[in-house]
Design a protein around this ligand. Structure first.
Ligand SMILES: [Zn+2]
Ligand SMILES: [Zn+2]
Length: 215
């Protein structure tokens, strides 16, 4: 399913073809440490070089740093995340509204589904891909729901993705419009939003949580 979706998106958004190709391999990763090196061969350049020095001990350290929230962005931490997907952390006893109720990790992106006359927002976990409901118009990073501070951008060439930014904490995340595109798979479709990532970075916004390609 991921592979078919990635191929369909690569046809429509050729600028994201490389990252989508890599993502197909990420989705098929077995969780076996020895397969990391093979996966890394097809990764974007910074990931390839990070994989070279990776052994059991450094990977375990990267996993600990990731779970403690100290390093969620380095190339090494992306490999830690891949391994964690096959050994999920304990669910939090009382998760905060912005934390995944299954594994406690922050959201990667949001997804909008039709509901009544409008649509409803769910957040999508950056680690286990679980989706849970979240109030629209609220920033998952700092909790602001001031409409002057929290608002959306979109790009004409990507009509099924919106980007919610928050001026209070300067963070952003992409919202995938599954109401417009029912075949969308949030963590795959999020990869075609690169032009919106560039725009956000230019305005000084930082993504709430990078995706597995490090963007
Ligand atoms: Zn989760
Ligand atoms: Zn915020």
């Amino acid at each position: 399913m991921v592979e078919a979706r990635a191929r369909a998106l690569a046809e429509r958004f050729p600028a994201s073809r490389e990252i989508l190709d890599y993502y197909v391999r990420v989705a098929a990763f077995s969780g076996d440490f020895h397969d990391l090196a093979a996966l890394a061969k097809h990764a974007p350049a910074p990931l390839r070089s990070a994989a070279r020095g990776l052994d059991g001990a450094t990977l375990k350290a990267a996993i600990d740093e990731y779970l403690a929230g100290r390093d969620t962005k380095s190339p090494r931490s992306l490999f830690a995340r891949l391994m964690l997907r096959h050994a999920l952390p304990e669910p939090p006893r009382s998760p905060q509204p912005h934390e995944c109720p299954k594994c406690g990790q922050p959201p990667q992106c949001g997804v909008l589904d039709p509901e009544g006359d409008g649509n409803a927002l769910s957040l999508v976990c950056s680690l286990c891909r679980h989706e849970w409901r979240f109030r629209r118009g609220r920033c998952p990073s700092c909790g602001s729901d001031d409409a002057e501070e929290v608002y959306c951008y979109h790009a004409e060439e990507i009509p099924h993705v919106e980007t919610q930014v928050c001026e209070a904490c300067q963070r952003y995340l992409h919202l995938i419009r599954r109401d417009r595109e029912p075949a969308a798979i949030p963590e795959v479709d999020e990869l075609v939003a690169l032009p919106l990532d560039v725009m956000c970075l230019n305005y000084g916004f930082v993504k709430i949580h990078p995706n597995l390609a490090g963007v």
